[in-house]
Design a binder for this molecule. Sequence first.
Ligand SMILES: [Zn+2]
Length: 386
Amino acid sequence: MTNYSNYQELFEKNKNGLYLANTNDLQQSRFLPLLQRAEDAIKKMIVKYLWENKSVYDLRNIIRAYIEDFDKNKLPKDIENRQSYILGLYQMSNKVYDEQMKARKEFSIVLGLLVSAYALKGLKTPKINAPEELAKFIVEHKKEIVNLDMWSQAKASVRVQQYPKKIEEYIKRTSEIPTLAVEEGKKPISIWQKAELDIRHEKQMQMVRDAQASGDDLYYISSHPDCSKRCEKWQGCLVSVTKRAKNPQKSVKNFNYNKESFKVGQIDGIPIYSLKDILNCQTGYGYNNNIIGGFNCRHHLIKYESGKKPPKEYSAEDVKKMREINDQIRLAERKIREMRTQQLMFKQVGNRKEYMRLDREIAQAIRNLREYCDKNGFAFQEYRVK
Ligand SMILES: [Zn+2]
């Protein structure tokens, strides 16, 4: 097995020496599950109200009251960009509402078709109040429905027969609608990503402040192969943490930096660039997504010592492998969270069969993830799949 002990700069370890697939932080583990629970609670409420044919007006008020209470009493006050999460909850609610309104409309149409077809035959349909009842009725009376010869259009018959499948799809689609962090002038991103960005960013900026306060002005930016396109042009470069360039580039497209404009001098024949100006450069969607300060950047500063070489590079293959493991873990976590939400919603509408099936699938998925983490020396982070 490969020894990854040289890779701490790419992947942090916890106190047990296990790699953390994601930036772990007390703050993050404290509030992300809260947001996840709020998302689930809102989805459940919407399904409940719309599927039980309750008042749409009441539903709107209840959701608003829920989010206001969450804002005031549940979400910690000391979170960076706090409002972006609250806005994200409102936006998610609207999307879920729209999706579930479609389910409610489908219910009315299919019920209408069924009742009228039965009435034409002189048959009575039982009293059906909710989508799940309708689905059950259709499944149980399949033969009868297929043989109703008075369907004015064949399409209507197909629509009725497909109804049970269709309402399951509405639930699945709804459970996959994410809560995004919404900030004005910026592209919305998932709350999990956003939390990681803010926390990572905060750590990186602390590193820069420490460097500025240390009295040493020159630092190499660490270097590793396979680094993102954003960081490629700057890794391994020498920077000043205090000096400003005369006329630096203020914004950049596709990370096509004009490096010359960031130059503040040179030492031992090595050019020096202004880190402050690099960090200030705008990169699109309203973000300053640059090396050191940008999305999930793990590059760090290494104090310059005259005569010493720039930091060495790691084996591209090993780094790539670590990244793949990291991505796999994230994907598995996200899938489990989605299944949990789906399960809650099936419970809400009384679909026991799907609920039990998901129960087994979630347990199996968690076992698989644990094993995968163990095998690769990564920490299994339970709070991320709760
Ligand atoms: Zn980077």
